[in-house]
Design a protein. Structure first.
Ligand SMILES: C[S@@+](CC[C@H](N)C(=O)[O-])C[C@H]1O[C@@H](n2cnc3c(N)ncnc32)[C@H](O)[C@@H]1O
Length: 358
């Protein structure tokens, strides 16, 4: 047996004991018996010498994952299968009730369009994802944002229309995250990463007319964007904040003298509270708007899960409770193939693997 094997066995033994301990500990918390308490005391595991508690915990976690991953994957497969079945049922039900099941089909059709077009039709529309908000996000949110950018990259690559995408203020934690987890991003040919400090560094601040062609997208306004105009630049706030910073982008846009606008979401989506979308959804919607003959309804239909989309508005929007429902929208866990794009299989699955953060 090699030293490495011995190490693995040791960690394995410790992991099993540790798991027993955890069970016992839980039992203790529930007020376990004296015998259980004694067992717990006897089995107290000491962190191996030369290892920090943190490293040790990480190893235990890895060990536990190795032991349970097959079961986990199996459960995931079953869940996907069940979701597929549920969707088929929903389609059947909709058709039996004489309802239009097209929405249910469309959303998933888009997920299967995997072949990138050889050539893209020019739109003369540019999108800047303004990532100057780096310091307002915790590590988890930075990971979420990096996943959303990866998803936007994939959407851009697969779109039949060329909507330019710049990732701006890419010079702090977000960049570190990409370098660590998605290093192949520097081979992405269709997205530009800009390392400016402030948004205004890349705007024509001294040219009023040129500046009037920049529009900051925000959910916090009544100005509705009906069309994406050629030779205009639309700015998306590159932040995942779980609704912590209301008006953040609105205030920034106003302080820079930029136009603002929100997507015509309330006409097409059944949701409560503020209609705040994730950055990747906004970018995908813009691509899909072009692909669907400039029809927002169809674009929403393709990008957002069917249960959120209500087709053309036929009645007044429902009363608004406190929080947004759109935090439920899907997001991929992270890149899973060498290009750093979301994996085909997760895109092809019938239900989103994870619902999006915004
Ligand atoms: C998660 S939101 C950020 C919310 C942030 N608190 C703010 O002040 O905008 C990410 C970005 O997506 C865009 N966005 C989200 N929902 C939108 C909507 N309904 N209309 C237009 N843009 C939207 C905005 O650019 C927004 O900054």
């Amino acid at each position: 047996m090699s030293d490495k094997d011995i190490d693995t066995v040791k960690v394995g033994d410790i992991a099993s004991k540790e798991m027993e301990n955890q069970d016992t500990e839980q039992s203790q918390k529930r007020g376990g018996s004296d015998d259980e308490k004694n067992v717990f005391k006897r089995q107290k595991v000491v962190v191996p010498e030369g290892m920090t508690k943190r490293e040790y915990k990480r190893q235990l976690k890895q060990q536990r994952w190795e032991e349970t991953k097959d079961e986990y994957k199996q459960k995931k497969r079953e869940k996907k299968k069940a979701a597929r079945e549920r969707r088929k049922e929903r389609i059947k039900e909709a058709e039996a009730n004489g309802e239009n099941s097209e929405e249910l089909h469309n959303y998933h059709q888009m997920k299967r369009a995997k072949v990138a077009p050889q050539e893209q039709i020019s739109t003369d529309v540019k999108i800047i994802m303004d990532c100057e908000f780096d310091a307002l996000m915790n590590d988890k949110e930075i990971v979420s944002l990096s996943n959303q950018i990866t998803r936007s990259y994939s959407a851009k690559k697969h779109s039949t229309y060329d909507v330019q995408l710049d990732i701006a203020s890419f010079n702090k934690n977000l960049k570190k995250r990409f370098e660590k987890a998605i290093p192949q991003y520097d081979k992405w040919t269709n997205v530009t990463f800009v390392e400016n400090d402030k948004l205004e560094d890349i705007l024509p601040m001294n040219d009023k007319e040129a500046l009037s062609k920049y529009v900051y997208l925000t959910a916090d306004t009544d100005e509705v964007i009906d069309t994406l105009e050629p030779h205009h630049t639309y700015i998306i706030g590159g932040i995942v904040d779980k609704n912590r910073y209301k008006n953040l982008c609105l205030n920034k846009a106003q302080s820079l003298g930029l136009k603002i606008g929100r997507l015509p979401i309330d006409k097409f989506i059944k949701m409560n509270g503020r209609q705040v979308l994730a950055t990747s959804h906004v970018f995908e919607l813009c691509c899909k708007w072009f692909e669907n003959d400039k029809d927002w309804g169809k674009a929403f239909n393709e990008v957002l899960p069917p249960r959120k989309v209500k087709g053309k508005l036929t009645h007044e929007p429902e009363p608004e409770p406190e929080t947004s429902e759109l935090s439920e929208l899907h997001e991929h866990n992270g890149p899973s193939n060498p290009s750093g794009e979301p994996s085909v299989s997760s895109e092809q699955s019938d239900e989103p693997t994870q619902l999006a953060d915004n």
